[in-house]
Design a protein. Structure first.
Length: 148
C-alpha cells in the first residue's frame, strides 16, 4: 500500500509539470508504467486509471520480463527507498499520510531542484534544469511542422 501511495503522489506532480510545460499536447502521449498493481486495475475503479482518464492520457504497460524498459525508474525507486524511506522511518514515526507526504515532497524538491545528478542526461545539472532546458527541443519534436 505504501508503494502505491508514494508512486501516486510522486507521479501526480510530474504529470502536472508536463501539462504546465507542454500544455494540452502532453495529454496526447501515453503514460508508460510497469505492470504493478499500483498502476493496473479495473479502469472505472482504479485510482491511477481514473487519474489518467481525467487527464485524457492513454496508459501503456511495459512488456513482461523486460526490466531495461523501466530501468531509470527502477533506479529512482531504489534511490528513494535508500535515501528517503529508510532514513525517514528510522528518524520519525508518521502518524498520518499527510506527514509522510510533506517530508516526501521536501525530499523530492531537493532531489529535483537542488541536487545535481551525474546521470545519463543531467550531466551535472538538476533534473528540473535538464527538463526545462530540453522543453523547447521536446516541443519541436512534437510539432515538426511548426519549426521556423
Amino acid at each position: 500500500m505504501m508503494r502505491s501511495l508514494a508512486l501516486t503522489f510522486m507521479v501526480s506532480p510530474l504529470l502536472r509539470a508536463g501539462f504546465n510545460v507542454f500544455g494540452d499536447s502532453a495529454s496526447t502521449h501515453p503514460a508508460l508504467t510497469d505492470r504493478g498493481t499500483e498502476f493496473c486495475g479495473v479502469h472505472d475503479r482504479h485510482e491511477y486509471e481514473l487519474y489518467l482518464a481525467v487527464g485524457n492520457i492513454d496508459h501503456t504497460r511495459t512488456k513482461v520480463k523486460s526490466p531495461q524498459t523501466n530501468g531509470i525508474y527502477e533506479r529512482f525507486h531504489k534511490t528513494m527507498l535508500d535515501e528517503f524511506y529508510r532514513v525517514a522511518f528510522r528518524k520519525k514515526v508518521y502518524e498520518t499520510v499527510e506527514m509522510l507526504q510533506a517530508d516526501l515532497d521536501d525530499w523530492l524538491r531537493v532531489y529535483n531542484e537542488a541536487r545535481t545528478h551525474q546521470g545519463r542526461w543531467c550531466f551535472g545539472k538538476t533534473p528540473m534544469q535538464t527538463f526545462l532546458d530540453s522543453a523547447d527541443l521536446a516541443r519541436e519534436k512534437q510539432n515538426p511542422a511548426k519549426v521556423p
